[in-house]
Design a protein around this ligand. Sequence first.
Ligand code: BG6
Length: 506
Amino acid sequence: MNKNDSHIYVIFGASGDLTKRKLVPALYALFVQDLLPEKFALLGVSRSEFTDDAFRTSMESAISEFKEIDDNSHIQEFVKKIYYQSIQFNDASTYLLLKQRIDKLRKDEKIGGNTVFYLSTPPSLYGIIPQHLAYVGLNSQDDGWKRLIIEKPFGYDLESALILKDQLLKDWQEEQLFRIDHYLGKETVQNLLVTRFSNGIFEPLWNRNYIHHVEITSAESIGVEKRGGYYETSGALRDMVQNHLLQVAAITAMESPSSLEPVAIRNEILKVFQSFRPIKKVDVKTNTIRGQYLSSTIKDETIAGYRQEEGVNPKSITETYAAIKFYIDNWRWGGVPFYIRTGKRLPTRVTEVVIHFKPTPHFLFASGPVCSSCNQLVIRIQPDEGVLMKFGMKTPGAGFEVQTVNMDFHYSDLTHQRIPSAYERLIYDSMKGDSTLFARTEEVIEAWKFLSPVINCWKDEKDVPLYGYPAGTWGPETADDLIEDKEMTWRYPCKNLSDDGIYCEL
Ligand code: BG6
């Protein structure tokens, strides 16, 4: 970013958790690395009443507590750039106050008209705040750029997403909108692009001729914690699949862009979204699985079931586990199944993409284990970020016994490199106006269209089972049957990239 590209960064929902845990620590990390413009101010906006000083103090402790960078020596200098304004989100008149405050800040700090508005508020306000900002002219780019960053979820279903889209596009232009999907900000998700498009060895194999199926897992060991209220309106499908995991699938499947220009990359991603084969209502039962965690005992500790969590209806049918099988109907992927699974209260926290290559056409070494998925490329998104290749080798000794061995790269080997957090990367990109790693309206709408039949069936059809699974297990056992080939199951990953199976450190 140009150091002279001065601007005001306005965060709505400034008294909330995200601001404290992620946004302000990420902004501080940028400041320490000298990546903020010379003239910069951060304006926190919320309903709560704070003085500038009280807000600064609370951000000061947040930066130390949710450390993004190992250097506390600039905190005092940084917090001087922080200000606070209380408003009532639904009250149009307070936006005039906000405008006056912004104008004053611009004047006092000699900052031009460039402004980022970050909506870190409940989603019900995503339509209202931008509309009010526009009423007082804060969307106008006459005196400098204006950008609007929106957290997920973008809508609750297809219908509400379309309504929100129309509301936003009434006053804002598409290029002003930055929809955050923090998975796209993860270094290892971006590395998927580099792995694919900077290595000649993968490209020839990256298609239906050599790939048997693709598996994407995002497991979490935590439950819904204090977010039961939100989760009840969401569930695993909306919370993780509709956004993060379909984006990961699209990057895994996309064609090479013609350049690294945002529009070129986003066009290729969009084409994948448009090629998802619609899941027919009759197929929902066979191609999707939903589950909900039950109380269990893990390491002598009793873990509450989902229905016992705070803010959750004791009869809730919200899924905390979702698995789907789907196809991408294009030349590269015709006939290759993609599997996505995600869940809370699974044995460990891990996100990875596994490319399962087809077996050799003939099992020459029949004395070894006949393996239909010996060759796997595992791209680990977190933790123990890295890449693992699994392939068959001769077991030393008589005969031709074959065993599967590993070849692995761990990001931790690049110890001199600090990996920036997803928010740090995305906030920086939003300041530069680089929208590559933000979801475009059409992608979001396509994702809702694709999942609509599943959402509707799960809601309406009483006969799509909701399986219970004990907290700390890999979800409903029946999920193994989703992978049709009898020889195959999901990969059961461990914390360490190179391990798998049931006996490993979780
Ligand atoms: C969020 C979901 O978008 O992503 C959470 O709302 C989930 O429920 C989180 O825990 C997972 O993110 P990460 O980066 O920890 O994998």
